[in-house]
Design a protein around this ligand. Structure first.
Ligand code: NIG
Ligand code: FE
Length: 406
């Protein structure tokens, strides 16, 4: 006997690449937080009243896997609306960063913030994501850039998992920018990150994966490689902010280290695409940052698609380049700005987002044995999820087989 059974629903399983995986007039049986049965209602192995302790009727709504935001910087102090105003008057993101603003401005406010303040503001930004059906969120450090504040950020990320109905994957992003105390000594800062900050964070069980920002205004591929070597000592999976503003060969480096994902990728070269395809590295596209920075070069979606590189979408929620807290809007941007199809956009926040976090074996699709995390949507067609802007059709979020909203 199952714990619960859902009927009167249409399902997009996202289990097959390139398709919604539609099952109309479907049913899902749940046991111990996992999917025990899924298929057309007519094939259920008995009468619905006898199969499960609880029967839920879905009013012919659509069900998809719960959403996964696989790239965020949700924990930070302050905000940077002033820089937004500057950019609108013609100053570039890179110029603001070179003048000591940008990431460094948020570093100052994050260092100054208490742990309780960081937790409170991150939970406020998380709430709209949860309301849209997100049950897994990746959260990066990288606004501390010293031992205490990097640990503080990661502790807050872990605390979020206790405070909100989400699984949090933490990512160490010590190599995000050179902090003021290492001005002019990026190599010295990388030594500090590899020798002290990463080991300290790992020792406290705060790190699930390791990221870096490979860019002319951040770190070189050689410096990133040292961070990757340090991650390897702890058997931690790696990923990269790569080719956002220029092509530095970051994606090739990430692929050579078997990275779970390379993210941004506006300036990704054909060689980078081939390397990612060969390594099975997921392309995480971040249209919120592209949109907010008024970028004009879109990532090479057709090449990624032709090469069979899995494409994910994420908010990149951060105070500078992407103050975005809606994954549904991100899906719309992925379609309108980057030319993804609504099927690809949905896979990008479910199936491929799970892969980008190394969770593909237990999350991201609706299949027997996977987590019973799914969303019930009041829509007539799955394409509506990517089509509307500023409208949330989420009726309920089921987490480990338990309804959380209604
Ligand atoms: O993913 N690219 C680097 N990091 C962030 C931006 C951080 C910031 O501007 O505060 C990003 O876009
Ligand atoms: Fe980012």
């Amino acid at each position: 006997m199952w714990d619960a059974l859902w009927i009167d629903i249409d399902i997009a399983t996202c289990a097959t690449p390139g398709a919604y995986g539609r099952i109309e007039d479907a049913a899902i049986g749940v046991k111990d937080g996992r999917i025990a049965w899924i298929g057309p209602r007519g094939e259920l192995p008995g009468p619905v009243e006898k199969l499960a302790a609880v029967l839920h009727q879905g009013e012919q709504n659509w069900v998809t896997p719960a959403l996964i935001d696989c790239h965020t910087h949700l924990v930070y102090g302050g905000q940077r609306a002033g820089e937004f105003e500057k950019r609108l008057s013609g100053v570039s993101y890179a110029d603001i960063s070179r003048a000591g603003g940008g990431i460094r401005a948020t570093v100052a406010s994050t260092r100054a913030a208490s742990e309780a303040e960081l937790l409170r503001s991150a939970l406020r930004r998380l709430a709209p994501l949860i309301a849209e059906g997100v049950t897994v969120v990746e959260i990066k450090s990288g606004y501390g850039l010293d031992l205490d504040t990097e640990l503080k950020m990661l502790r807050v990320a872990r605390a979020i998992e206790r405070e909100a109905p989400v699984e949090v994957i933490t990512t160490f992003l010590g190599a995000h920018a050179v902090p003021p105390e290492f001005e002019g000594d990026a190599d010295g800062y990388i030594d500090f990150v590899c020798d002290e900050v990463l080991p300290g964070a790992v020792e406290q069980g705060l790190v699930d994966q390791v990221d870096a920002f490979c860019e002319t205004i951040a770190f070189s591929p050689e410096q990133v490689e040292r961070v990757y070597e340090a991650a390897k000592l702890f058997n931690l999976p790696v990923k990269l902010h790569a080719e956002q503003l220029s092509d530095t060969g970051g994606a090739e480096l990430a692929a050579a280290y078997g990275a779970l994902s390379a993210d941004h990728l506006e300036y990704l070269s054909p060689a980078g695409v081939r390397a990612m395809a060969g390594a099975g590295t997921v392309a995480v596209l971040l249209p919120g940052a592209f949109y907010m920075l008024g970028e004009t070069q879109a990532p090479p979606v057709a090449r990624l698609r032709d090469a069979g590189v899995p494409i994910a979408l994420a908010t990149d929620s951060n105070p500078g380049s992407s103050p975005v807290t809606s994954l549904l809007t991100t899906m719309n941007m992925g379609c309108v700005l980057f030319g993804l199809t609504p099927v690809e956009a949905l896979a990008g926040v479910t199936r491929n987002a799970a892969r980008a976090l190394g969770l593909g074996d237990r999350r991201g699709t609706l299949e027997v044995g996977k987590a019973a995390d799914f969303v019930i949507w009041d829509i007539e067609e799955p394409a509506e999820l990517a089509y509307r802007v500023g409208f949330n059709p989420c009726v309920d979020v089921i987490r480990a087989g338990v309804p959380t909203l209604v």
